[in-house]
Design a protein around this ligand. Structure first.
Ligand code: ADP
Ligand code: ADP
Length: 222
């Protein structure tokens, strides 16, 4: 069974204006349970648009988005927001950690917001930080961490609420090549160990080759 299905998804920006930009046309994409899929696209091909649609942050003009067996097309914003919180984890190129909180707190807070008891949330943060080799950094604030360490904390935070699907946009894109390689490996291991599914966008073909499958996005011919 598929955790995510995009069926016939189309998206055009500025449809009613003088210069419409068709980004996606009839896109079909499925991520099955436990699968780690790489999304490789030249700049401008619609990678961010696709991730926004899969992440329920934007709606397609045509087609359907089916998340964990549920058709999200046409659902009201509130239901989409709830589904996003319950089913999805996000990682971006920049970590977006809260600067005034420690690494552990950054992983605990989203769990508390989801109703997880403090003790369980703290235990899960500890477990996740251990898996990426950051137990000694649990009480450090983001500013005291290296770029690679900050990104590893962001991975843990994305997985804190045990999402069904992880969506990542160039998750190691701001790191030097060597660190990127190492930290990316940790992300893939973390996803596999926790039995998660993931759609991970990257420009790096070596990194993409480490995943179960590669989906390439082409520029639509306008
Ligand atoms: P990528 O992430 O692959 O670089 P994007 O999905 O960001 O591509 O954008 C794909 C194309 O759509 C680009 O040509 C971009 O300029 C255009 N685009 C993106 N967002 C908008 C928008 N809000 N309004 C108009 N054009 C947009
Ligand atoms: P192939 O080139 O062998 O068809 P790819 O891995 O390159 O396979 O593409 C994956 C799928 O995504 C293909 O079905 C392709 O047609 C589709 N696709 C790629 N880019 C777009 C796009 N911008 N809009 C809609 N579908 C796309």
């Amino acid at each position: 069974s598929d955790i995510l299905r995009l069926e016939g998804v189309g998206k055009t920006y500025g449809k009613d204006g003088p210069a419409p930009v068709e980004v996606l046309r009839g896109l079909n994409l499925a991520v099955s349970r436990g699968e780690v899929v790489a999304l490789v696209a030249p700049s401008g091909a619609g990678k961010s648009t696709l991730l926004h649609i899969a992440g329920l942050l934007d709606t397609p003009d045509t087609g359907r988005v089916i998340l964990n067996g549920r058709d999200m097309t046409g659902l009201p914003d509130k239901a989409r927001t709830e589904a996003r919180r319950a089913e999805l984890g996000f990682v971006y190129q920049f970590h977006h950690l809260l600067p005034e909180f420690t690494a552990a707190e950054n992983i605990i807070l989203p769990q508390l917001a989801n109703g997880v008891p403090q003790r369980d949330a703290a235990r899960r943060a500890e477990d996740l930080l251990g898996r990426v080799g950051l137990s000694p950094r649990a009480d450090h604030r983001p500013a005291a961490l290296s770029g690679g360490e900050q990104q590893r904390v962001a991975f843990c935070r994305a997985l804190a609420n045990q999402p069904a699907l992880l969506l990542a946009d160039e998750p190691t894109g701001n790191l030097d090549p060597e660190t990127s390689d190492r930290v990316f490996g940790m992300l893939v291991t973390l996803v596999r160990e926790t039995g998660l599914s993931a759609l991970i966008a990257t420009h790096n073909h070596d990194l993409a080759a480490r995943m179960d499958r590669i989906v390439r996005l082409h520029q639509t011919v306008a």
